[in-house]
Design a protein around this ligand. Structure first.
Ligand SMILES: *[C@@H]1O[C@H](CO)[C@@H](O)[C@H](O)[C@H]1NC(C)=O
Ligand SMILES: *[C@@H]1O[C@H](CO)[C@@H](O)[C@H](O)[C@H]1NC(C)=O
Ligand SMILES: *[C@@H]1O[C@H](CO)[C@@H](O)[C@H](O)[C@H]1NC(C)=O
Ligand SMILES: *[C@@H]1O[C@H](CO)[C@@H](O)[C@H](O)[C@H]1NC(C)=O
Length: 423
């Protein structure tokens, strides 16, 4: 087990060195930390019948209600600022005369400028979905193909702050030129807009060096579902490609493993902790998809855990690596602030229990590790804090000390190790 751990650790250090030499990301001054907000798709899909389903349909009412709740329930103050409309907001066709996109007139009767002003008036930011191809993914509206400039101008006119650009219906379209061209059109409007690209998800061999030059964040895995299996699958997808993915993330450029599904139907409390801690250690965007009116108080408290959000939003912007995998236990480590008096970094460390523990499937499991085997080598040691327990101080640990924890099934423990000063 130790050899395996050290082997993976060497890969991690290799990845870190590459971070320093790879090219700079998109230079629009935005998304210096991973974007946080809300998007309807996983929860509300593409419900368009507002007569039968007035609460659930994709309509201005849903977004105004959610804007109110982001503020009144404390999410906005915790950092969740981007309210992003996903697919299914458009009229079926463009304006026949001007070729402009139009919001569905029945479901957005007040128009996008009104909704945008409503959102901005709450000090929130306004995001909007579009597609680089011929139709949007749900096929309800026109894609951007052939209309990049006019669509970018429409978005700027609506005071959009964030564009999610999907990649459906792209037969005959070269994504490696189309995504940069749409980004250029956004840039030409002069309005800063976060640019979220689904580009690598639609390619077998994505060129991340190119993608990061043009996008603030990018989807690399399947659409998330409201299940522990789906979360585990995305984590495993990241794990397999972690050296390719990790080295491209930095302030302004983020890997996007898709939305947070906490607060819906199928995650246990432990699996809710698992998703939140993993997304924070990966420096992932924290974009919730849930019904804010019915999120239970204990899940709301998780989503608003300031200590975990602080890890996600750490200013160094270095994403975590899996440094050790032993049976069903994975250890993920992310360098974060603060540093000690000689510049040694703190580490946020996730201990995840994913999969079946052979001695007792679905039991909590005891895990022991010598800290230096994770790369924690500060000779004066580290003070460990439990990030799920209001930074409760767990103790002082030297590199040769053993750290012992119990981890629930489909669950995590999440600690911050802060280096002591050297005298
Ligand atoms: C913003 O909201 C306040 C009430 O919260 C209202 O008085 C004001 O008119 C609104 N402004 C705009 C521009 O919508
Ligand atoms: C959007 O277009 C309308 C109509 O042309 C114009 O009155 C308005 O000022 C524009 N808004 C922005 C933010 O560009
Ligand atoms: C457009 O691109 C230039 C060059 O990368 C950058 O300096 C500028 O901030 C961008 N403007 C917007 C509005 O994105
Ligand atoms: C990592 O990227 C390289 C270069 O693009 C590619 O050859 C390799 O297959 C990728 N590895 C994984 C696991 O995706």
């Amino acid at each position: 087990m130790r050899r395996e751990g050290l082997y993976v650790l060497l890969l991690a250090i290799g990845g870190l060195a590459l971070t320093l030499t790879s090219v700079a990301g998109l230079d629009n001054g935005l998304a210096r930390t991973p974007p946080m907000g809300w998007m309807p798709f996983e929860r509300f899909r593409c419900v368009t019948d507002c007569v039968k389903f007035p609460r659930d349909c994709i309509s201005e009412r849903l977004f105004m209600r959610t804007a109110d709740l982001l503020v009144s329930e404390g999410y906005a103050a915790a950092g969740y600022k981007y309210l992003i409309i996903d697919d299914c907001w458009m009229e079926k066709e463009r304006n026949a005369i001007t070729a402009e996109l139009m919001a569905d007139r029945e479901r957005f009767p007040s128009g996008m400028n009104h909704l945008s002003a409503y959102i901005h008036n709450k000090s929130l930011k306004f995001g909007l979905y579009h597609d680089i191809g011929k139709r949007t993914c749900m096929h309800l509206g026109p894609g951007a193909h052939g209309h990049y400039s006019i669509d970018a101008k429409t978005f700027a006119n609506w005071s959009v702050d964030y564009v999610k650009l999907d990649g459906c219906y792209v037969n005959g379209i070269d994504l490696n030129t189309a995504y940069p061209a749409f980004g250029q059109a956004l840039n030409k409007t002069g309005r800063p807009m976060v640019y979220s690209c689904s580009w690598p998800y639609y390619q077998n061999h994505p060129n991340f060096e190119l993608i990061k030059k043009h996008c603030n964040l990018w989807r690399f895995a399947d659409d998330i579902r409201d299940s522990t299996e789906s979360i585990a699958k995305i984590i495993f997808n990241y794990f397999k490609r972690q050296d390719n993915l990790t080295k491209h993330a930095a302030p302004g450029s983020w890997n996007d493993p898709d939305m947070l599904v906490l607060g819906n139907y199928h995650l246990s409390y432990d699996a809710s902790r698992l998703q939140l801690a993993m997304w924070a250690v990966l420096a992932a965007p924290l974009i919730m998809s849930n019904d804010l009116q019915s999120v239970r108080p204990e899940i709301r408290a998780l989503l608003q855990n300031r200590d975990i959000i602080e890890v996600d939003q750490d200013p160094l912007g270095i994403p975590g690596h899996c440094v050790l995998m032993s049976g069903n236990i994975q250890v993920w480590l992310r360098p974060v602030m603060p540093t000690n008096n000689i510049g040694a970094r703190s580490f946020a460390v996730v201990f995840a229990n994913i999969g079946d523990y052979h001695e007792c499937p679905l039991c909590p499991q005891t895990f022991r590790i010598i800290l230096q085997n994770l790369g924690l080598k500060n000779q004066m040691g580290y003070t460990a804090y439990d990030l799920f327990d209001r930074k409760r101080k767990v103790g002082l640990f030297k590199p040769k000390d053993q750290f012992t924890i119990r981890i629930n099934p489909s669950g995590v423990e999440f600690y911050k190790f802060k280096p002591e000063d050297i005298y």
